[in-house]
Design a protein around this ligand. Structure first.
Ligand code: LMR
Length: 396
């Protein structure tokens, strides 16, 4: 039977990293996958994480199963971080929660939940979006369609077309939005636009699903939750997929969460039971370590302060690098105005490079960029930025 199987296509992002690893050229540069690197090109383990791990190692070790949706204390800190400690939705207990293996795990649980409970719903994704969104919802058998998001000519949000698209979506559908640091464009709505988007989404009778993977990477931990909180209205329904891969640097620990805000606390038990059912038949219950680290940091005043400083340092390096990149492109005489790169937020820059240019960068210069022209700005360092700008000037 196995001999009949054809090879699957390479993953648009992780497949590139696999190819990068196999590339024997010593000068190779990986600007594809969204993993933070410091100015030395290293992905650091955060100081707060090291201390938390030490504390966890010294505490009594328990290796029995976690509950299906994970530990309640973790759910509590996740809700407080995303929605705000004093938020009415948190205080009134109207959020069903699950600790999931990464943000991807949260999206897949959300997809399975939608398929099981709203089998007629279509999920609307921004055009463009993270390539794995399509894979996840196809695997969960949730039909998908696209809505306008990016205006190529102005390198800005296609706000009016987006609103128009929302206003023609059928009642009972689900709309996927990026909570902050839109992947891949780096373009987010303003607070006022978020409000108008939320008005349109609820006015249309849609269920919003927010992918919230970069909290702290745009403007600040609280500031970056503004879009999400624009949806968190009295009695309103909302699903949020959090990831702690980037902001805690816990990529390989696979730690994330799904939060489903219900209209009232008495809706939570049924919703929670359906989430638990989906998880039980998938991975049964979550892996403990990453969530224990996040829980330890967010509950300790001093570790939390260290974490906030470390997130601010990552954010500031990325934002500084954006300006250096624009300067380097100008210095190498790349035609066109690239100042829009400094307006983009989060880890990525959507450069406008074509598929062919991206391919030439990989084949000729050993520079790896995602096919959409998305660059991981956090992969640029003082040692490689000139070379990247020079290569881009040559391919453009
Ligand atoms: C990315 O977009 O590069 C990250 O979210 C990593 C991934 O899993 O694709």
């Amino acid at each position: 039977m196995l001999e009949t199987i054809e090879a699957a296509p390479r993953d648009a992002i992780l497949g590139l990293t696999a190819a990068f690893r196999e590339d024997p050229r010593s000068e190779k540069i990986n600007l594809s996958v969204g993993v933070y690197q410091d100015e030395n090109g290293k992905t650091p383990t955060l100081e707060c994480v090291k201390i938390a791990e030490q504390r966890l190692a010294e505490a009594a070790s328990v290796k029995s199963y976690l509950p299906i949706p994970g530990a309640p204390e973790y759910a509590e800190v996740v809700q407080q971080l995303a929605f705000g400690a004093d938020h009415e939705a948190v205080a009134s207990g109207r959020i069903a929660s699950a600790h999931t293996p990464g943000g991807t795990g949260a999206l897949r649980v959300a997809g399975d939940f939608i398929n099981a409970n709203f089998p007629k719903a279509t999920l609307w994704m921004s055009e463009p979006t993270w390539p794995n969104h399509g894979n996840i919802f196809a695997a969960a058998r949730v039909p998908t369609k696209g809505y306008a998001y990016f205006d190529k000519s102005s390198n800005a949000l296609a706000f009016e077309p987006m609103l128009e698209a929302i206003k023609s979506m059928p009642v009972g559908d689900v709309i996927l939005l990026h909570g902050c640091c839109h992947n891949p464009t780096g373009i987010d709505p303003t607070p006022d636009q978020w409000k108008q988007i939320a008005d349109a989404v609820y006015g249309q009778g849609l269920l919003p699903l927010l992918d919230f993977a970069y909290q702290g990477f745009a403007e600040g931990i609280e500031e970056d939750a503004a879009g999400l909180r624009a949806f968190c209205r009295p009695e309103a329904e909302l699903m949020v997929c959090s990831s702690f891969s980037k902001n805690f640097g816990l990529y390989r620990e696979r730690v994330g969460a799904l939060s489903i805000v219900c209209p009232a606390a008495d809706t939570v038990p049924a919703v929670q039971s359906q989430v638990n059912r989906v998880i039980r038949s998938n991975y049964s219950n979550p892996p403990a370590h990453g969530a224990a680290i996040v829980n330890c940091i967010l509950r300790d005043e001093s570790l939390r302060a260290t974490w906030e400083k470390e997130v601010a340092a990552m954010r500031s390096r990325i934002n500084g690098t954006r300006q250096q990149f624009v300067n380097a492109l100008a210095a190498k005489g790349v035609p066109g105005d690239y100042s829009f790169i400094t307006q983009q937020r989060g880890m990525f820059s959507f450069t406008g490079l074509t598929k062919e240019q991206v391919e030439t960068l990989r084949e000729k210069y050993a520079i790896y960029i995602v096919g959409s022209g998305r660059i991981n700005v956090a992969g640029l360092t003082p040692a490689n930025i000139e070379r990247v700008a020079k290569a881009i000037s040559e391919v453009v």
